[in-house]
Design a protein around this ligand. Structure first.
Ligand code: HMG
Ligand code: MG
Length: 307
């Protein structure tokens, strides 16, 4: 009997949520000019993404790099059909995001107490309580809500995180009626077996259509994790053009999964994304010139070396 093809039942379509303008840029030490952020965003929308996390309306003291969120949102050319999202920590951020005309907001908490305390200066339970009025504001304005769970595979302060802890926070966010959950490997420690365990812990309560995975490639396991998740039917992945990024409150969290590397894998697997790989490279090239630094993306390096 022929061996069963382990890749036979992958999703036909994957939504790539481009988070570079937020998750990527938030970690940049040198100030990036607002005009360059706008050019970066416009190149990304030209590359075919339907979902782009454009900026965050957090405290400018916490993330000075994104203090120009309103100017960025006002300056971009909004492409029809593209959902422009922004991170929002509280009602003040929500008011700013709504005034800027975002299509979606992302609220964010975590699966480990110490990280959440560092990141948003409250407990996990406190964050859920704080988000209740924020979600109500989003609902009243007809704005979609994404809920991030950071440190779902490991915490920079506490180490191992139990899948059951992720499931508990997921249940709290689902009770707030978020539209989608994004499960984050904030410090890039996950391996595929953990992906299987965490998804197994979540699946009784979350439909596949509402579950995204957000990998960082700190230890080079992000694409292996994507493949494991695809085999379980996950079809929404976050990534960052060039592999830019990290979290200012997670030491050593450098390196989101690079969008180019993700799209190359998906293209090769015959999975449709609607994203033009050459267009992503152009967006990354622009930012590389601005930063004076080559991006981490392996595909970018290969494509620009002409191999
Ligand atoms: P706090 O200091 O406890 O809050 O910060 P506060 O309410 O006392 O406010 C302090 C000051 O900030 C006040 O100003 C507020 O008005 C102002 P002052 O009166 O002292 O002049 N402020 C704001 N200003 C503008 N917009 C706002 C806002 N909020 C307060 N929205 C707070 C608590 C949550 C606000 C803060 O800790 C914060 O903004 N944290 C965000 C940190 C952040 O952005 N982290 C990175 C994103 S998470 C991540 O990267 C992980 C993810 O990618 C997934 C993964 O990889 O796992 C999502
Ligand atoms: Mg992240």
């Amino acid at each position: 009997m022929a061996a069963r093809d382990p890749l036979a039942r992958l999703p036909h379509h994957v939504t790539v949520v481009e988070v570079g303008p937020r998750d990527g840029l938030q970690n940049e030490h040198d100030v990036i000019a607002t005009a360059d952020k706008i050019r970066f965003l416009d190149r990304l929308s030209a590359a075919g993404f339907m979902e782009i996390e454009a900026t965050s309306f957090v405290s400018p003291r916490a993330v000075p790099q994104l203090a120009d969120a309103a100017e960025v949102m006002a300056g971009i050319t909004r492409r029809v059909g593209v959902r422009y999202s922004a991170l929002v920590p509280n009602a003040k951020g929500m008011e700013r995001a709504l005034a800027a005309g975002v299509d979606e907001v992302a609220i964010f908490t975590g699966a480990s107490e110490t990280f959440v305390r560092h990141n948003i200066n409250t407990s996990i339970a406190g964050s859920i309580a704080n988000f209740r009025p924020v979600v109500a504001m989003a609902r009243a304005a007809g704005v979609r809500v994404r809920g991030y769970i950071s440190t779902a595979f490991g915490c920079p302060y506490e180490g191992a995180v139990a899948p059951a802890a992720v499931a508990r926070v997921a249940a709290d966010l689902l009770a707030l009626e978020v539209d989608e959950l994004s499960i984050g490997d904030t410090i890039g420690v996950a391996t595929p077996n953990q992906v299987v365990q965490v998804i197994a812990a979540l699946r009784p309560d979350v439909e596949l259509d509402r579950l995204a995975l957000h990998f960082h490639d700190t230890r080079g396991t992000a694409l292996a994790n994507v493949l494991a998740a695809l085999q379980l039917g996950i079809h929404i992945f976050d990534s960052s053009a060039g592999g830019l990024g990290g979290c200012p409150y997670a030491p050593g969290a450098s390196g989101n999964l690079a969008t180019e590397d993700l799209v190359y894998l998906l293209d090769g697997l015959g999975i449709e994304t609607g994203v033009d790989l050459a267009g992503v490279v152009e967006a990354s090239r622009l930012l590389a010139e601005v930063r004076g630094q080559a991006p981490a993306s392996r595909y970018f390096a290969a494509a620009t070396a002409g191999t």
